[in-house]
Design a protein around this ligand. Structure first.
Ligand SMILES: Cc1cc2nc3c(=O)[nH]c(=O)nc-3n(C[C@H](O)[C@H](O)[C@H](O)COP(=O)(O)OP(=O)(O)OC[C@H]3O[C@@H](n4cnc5c(N)ncnc54)[C@H](O)[C@@H]3O)c2cc1C
Length: 410
């Protein structure tokens, strides 16, 4: 009998932690494992807003995947997954390569949803991947450089759509970044605007009142213009039209209006619901043999009506069980059911403040910001042990750089 083949699609939180689990628990020669990812780096998605604002260096946000794999039990393949043939048990890459599997894990993450609002897909910037957020930072630099030449205020008006978790983290980071960028380009900070547009009546919908109040006060104190109960109707390269009749002259709309499962999932021959793949209590795709799905790509119902949210916390806990369940499947052993334990949520507002709840305790301000760092460190610890934590925390890069107006676009 040939060695069983396990193939993992996507090296985000879910795919990487599952790979680590398989490295730890598979016996030598028990299975061939291939981890496939678009790029040869893993990006820490929970910190992408820092790449967007330029407040963290690239090597703090991206980690070279082959260096994260500790043994030769997992083989890394760089490739863009295009399709899966579930009958033939083959994954197709856009290079034309086909990879056979006996056990498959789909952990392809999320995409951004723009609700069909005219112009958003084409003109807004998305907090979706390392490259998409790097594009935000480069665009802001180009706008600053161009402003020096034409003084067009739309270049210094940065709008963030959505004041949910990701939107607030993005705004908080911009608050921290703009003074330094203004110094670099010799532009008065008072000439810049950060506008946060949210359809709900408050920032951080779903958070408790204290968190909402703290965040609102913090942002207003830092001159962020909060436009709650406001919807975006349309966006062009140079303006944003709102439902209150206002047309904002802005060349930078950062969209954080919501996420869904990777759009590729709907092209696969599998049932999807809300853009995600329904899974059973063992994290297996229903009605397809030996196919698992976790993280933002998976729809796991916590009760009859509600699915688990797309968070790193869920993806990590699912991965910690998914590795052992894949091994149990190939050994013919009993699989364990997935139980989610919510430990809390902390949203950063720049480096110095945050709000949230950890183990039932409401926190805000500097202490919450420290807790946020602890949460990030824990993830690095799970991924690469204490050495990775120390290595990442010691990295001091050069996030702020200057581009010339010659490269200005849009
Ligand atoms: C700014 C921001 C802040 C966040 N903060 C928090 C937080 O504080 N706490 C929290 O719990 N969650 C947070 N989240 C959510 C969290 O990042 C996601 O829930 C988590 O990344 C999901 O993990 P995943 O493994 O399912 O997918 P991902 O981490 O998105 O990984 C998917 C991987 O698949 C790869 N991929 C995609 N398509 C293909 C393809 N066609 N071929 C090959 N590879 C492909 C991608 O490159 C990526 O490496 C935040 C998200 C954002 C954007």
């Amino acid at each position: 009998m040939s060695t069983p083949k396990i193939v993992i699609l996507g090296a985000g939180y879910g795919g990487l932690i599952t790979s680590r689990q398989l490295e730890k628990s598979l016996r030598n020669g028990e299975a061939e494992v291939t981890l496939i990812n678009k790029h040869d780096y893993h990006y820490i998605s929970t910190q992408l807003h820092k790449t967007g604002a330029g407040t963290a260096s690239d090597d703090k946000i991206t980690l070279h995947i082959p260096e994260l794999l500790k043994t030769d039990k997992v083989h890394f393949k760089k490739g863009n997954v295009q399709d899966v043939d579930f009958k033939e048990k083959k994954v197709r890459l856009d290079s034309g390569d086909e990879i056979e599997y006996d056990y498959l894990l789909i952990s392809l993450g999320f995409d951004v949803t723009t609700f069909g609002i005219p112009g958003v897909e084409e003109n807004a910037f998305k907090i979706k991947s390392f490259q998409s957020t790097k594009a935000i930072y480069n665009h802001i630099l180009r706008q600053m450089a161009a402003y020096k030449e034409d003084s067009d205020p739309s270049r210094l008006t940065i709008a963030v759509a959505g004041a949910g978790f990701t939107g607030i983290e993005m705004v908080g980071e911009l608050v921290e970044a703009l003074p330094k960028l203004c110094r670099t380009y010799n532009i008065p900070l008072s000439e810049t605007r950060i506008i946060n547009i949210e359809a709900s009546p408050t920032v951080l919908p779903g958070f408790d009142q204290e968190a909402i109040k703290f965040t609102t006060n913090y942002l207003m104190k830092n001159n962020v213009e909060l436009m709650t109960s406001t919807k975006i109707l349309e966006c062009s390269p140079t303006s944003i039209e709102l439902d209150n009749g206002e047309v904002l002259p802005s060349r930078t709309l950062i969209w954080s209006g919501g996420v869904r499962g990777n759009t590729l999932l709907e092209k696969l021959d599998l049932p999807t619901s809300r853009g995600r793949i329904p899974v059973d209590e063992f994290l297996r795709v229903k009605a397809v043999e030996n196919v698992f799905c976790i993280g933002d790509a998976a729809l796991f119902m916590k009760d009859e009506k509600n699915a688990l949210p797309p968070t790193a916390q869920v993806a990590i806990q699912q991965a910690e069980l998914c590795g052992p369940n894949i091994i149990a499947s190939l050994r013919g052993e009993t699989l364990k059911t997935f139980e989610y334990h919510h430990k809390g949520t902390v949203a950063s507002i720049g480096n110095k403040a945050a709000v949230g709840k950890v183990f039932g305790l409401k926190i805000s301000g500097t202490f919450a910001a420290v807790m946020k760092q602890v949460i990030e460190a824990r993830y690095l610890f799970v991924l690469g042990g204490p050495s990775l934590v120390i290595k990442q925390f010691l990295k001091i890069g050069k996030p702020y750089s200057k581009v010339s107006a010659a490269t200005h676009q849009k």
